[in-house]
Write a protein that binds this ligand. Structure first.
Ligand SMILES: Cc1cc2nc3c(=O)[nH]c(=O)nc-3n(C[C@H](O)[C@H](O)[C@H](O)COP(=O)(O)OP(=O)(O)OC[C@H]3O[C@@H](n4cnc5c(N)ncnc54)[C@H](O)[C@@H]3O)c2cc1C
Length: 495
């Protein structure tokens, strides 16, 4: 039926190929297989919006789930089927439709990578303000689906403020154009919707002239806690384009993986852009601010290295283990206590973690601990997932939230959204997708009808039990450089 509608080449149903789509970037959690039916029944690669529409019309008629998928780099299972069905692999919709220099906009299909969009803009003297640090592989539609903060969000604002229009295929198969101020389904409804309200097929992204100079400047601190006062001053006093930080453990792991940086402390990198003279004055000002907060000069070239490497956050994968992200967005005013609590959670869960983060906007920061875990040990992997739950609780208590829910965390819905917003989204979902065919088992599914084998609350129970067991175990044994922190010293020195 799908082949009749879309052609032979657009559909794959061999088991070997379907299996490639039963997980995303995160380690596949074999213990959760009893909860989800993650192997799709078919994979469809549409070539245009009309084919996406056709799949959704068939899905409504024959009642099968449809799961939009970009590059599957998210890690929370948003692009993985929870209840089987069809995975809509969007990566063939990857054309650059238009670069409008006069209006400073760029229109691309949703399966194009951010890298491709950035390159197309740059060719015409334009720069896209914001993009995820996974830009070489993450798709435009995938990041819109996640609605995350990324490189440039500090200066250019959240993703919906950087979009001029979206082409969306609604769950009933109708194709619409959505705009920021539209009274019917405004663009913001589809940003951060985790692919449950519609399939984004194209996006018009706002762009800016390429700045004369972009300069990363870095500073060493005795631990990330010590960098707090400096980070809190930066948005108002320096107006940087991007600010990112990582602890010493991150650099120790890189060293152990054979990547030499020479950095042996926590590092804050501030990225400035604008006219050459302004940037140089701003760099001098930021250097003074850092010095007055205890920041020191790192090894020469450290800032440039970190900036150049901004999309390679997993170089330490060479240590022979998998890594799992957990992201929380927390008020910047709470930086010190939140950082302390995050490290204490890492110790409590006996995880091997390196701390990374960035300033998400002027008032919040994103905390992204990375764990090294051995995927062959499912109990430990599950416990690392349950660490995310504690991080979510910590963020919510402090007036923050986690970065998304995906397939693994929908029971944390109330820790991410206020009740009124949840009610609004439930009403919208029921109106747009009464048959619940688009990405079922995700996001709202803690409260919305489910076709899963186990409820999201059972998933939480499994995670809770494994977390308890995890605390009784030793941390993973990992290669470490000779002078690295001890196995139990997850925080690294000075934190
Ligand atoms: C090294 C690294 C760095 C990262 N940096 C960042 C960062 O800076 N900021 C950040 O927010 N995240 C970051 N991430 C997480 C992730 O890469 C991004 O969120 C990314 O944008 C997801 O894009 P994707 O194409 O891989 O989406 P997928 O993982 O394929 O999908 C993500 C969600 O969007 C939905 N979706 C996919 N395509 C569409 C579509 N066309 N229409 C509607 N819904 C759709 C899916 O159903 C799913 O729920 C990072 C990940 C890695 C590995």
């Amino acid at each position: 039926m799908l082949r009749d509608a879309l052609g032979e080449d657009a559909v794959a149903d061999e088991l070997a190929e379907r299996r490639l789509y039963d997980h995303d970037l995160a380690p596949s959690l074999s213990m959760l297989e009893m909860t989800y039916r993650s192997i799709p029944d078919a994979v469809v690669r549409p070539r245009d919006a009309k084919q996406v529409s056709e799949v959704l019309r068939l899905a409504n008629k024959h009642r099968f789930p449809v799961v939009p998928r970009g590059a599957a780099t998210w890690g929370l299972g948003g692009a993985v089927p929870a209840t089987g069905g069809v995975v809509l692999d969007m990566t063939s919709l990857d054309r650059v439709i238009d670069v409008d220099v006069e209006r400073s906009t760029l229109t691309v299909e949703a399966g194009a990578t951010w890298q491709k969009a950035l390159a197309a803009a740059r060719k015409r003297g334009l720069q896209i303000g914001i993009y995820p640090s996974s830009f070489p592989s993450a798709t435009v539609g995938g990041w819109i689906g996640v609605g995350g903060a990324g490189i440039g969000s500090l200066k250019y604002g959240p993703i919906w403020e950087n979009l001029a229009a979206l082409q969306v295929v609604l769950p009933d198969g109708s194709i619409m154009e959505s705009h920021p101020g539209g009274s019917h389904l405004p663009l913001k409804d589809f940003v951060g919707a985790e692919g449950i309200f519609g399939v984004v097929t194209a996006a018009t992204i706002k762009a800016h002239p390429v700045p004369e100079k972009t300069l990363p400047v870095a500073f060493s601190f005795d631990g990330l806690a010590a960098a707090g006062p400096f980070l809190q001053r930066l948005p108002a006093e320096a107006g940087p384009m991007h600010v990112m930080f990582s602890d010493r453990t991150n650099f120790d792991w890189l060293e152990a993986a054979g990547v030499h940086t020479g950095v042996t402390s926590a590092l804050v990198t501030v990225v400035l852009e604008g006219r050459t003279g302004d940037v140089e004055r701003s760099a001098a000002n930021v250097t003074e601010m850092a010095a007055s907060s205890g920041g020191k000069a790192p090894p020469p070239g450290a800032g440039e290295w970190v900036w150049r490497e901004r999309s390679y956050e997993y170089r330490f994968r060479k240590l022979g283990t998998q890594s799992l992200p957990a992201e929380a967005i927390i008020p910047l005013s709470d930086y010190g206590p939140a950082m302390e609590e995050a490290y204490s959670l890492i110790r409590r869960f006996r995880l091997n973690a390196a701390m990374k983060g960035s300033l998400a906007d002027g008032g919040t920061f994103m905390l992204m601990p990375h764990f090294l875990i051995d995927e062959r040990r499912p109990l430990r992997t599950m416990a690392a997932m349950s660490f995310n739950v504690s991080m979510a609780g910590m963020a919510a208590r402090r007036g923050g939230r986690i970065a998304g829910l995906g397939m693994y965390l929908p029971y944390l819905l109330k820790k991410m959204y206020a009740d009124a917003e949840i009610d609004r989204m439930l009403t919208l979902k029921k109106r747009l997708d009464p048959g619940n065919i688009l990405n079922p088992g995700k996001m709202l599914e803690g409260r919305y009808g489910s076709g899963r084998r186990m409820s999201p609350y059972s998933t939480r129970l499994v995670m809770g039990i494994t977390a308890g067991l995890r605390r009784l175990m030793r941390p993973e044994r990992l290669p470490r450089p000779a002078d690295g922190p001890g196995e139990d010293d997850a925080g690294g020195p000075g934190v």
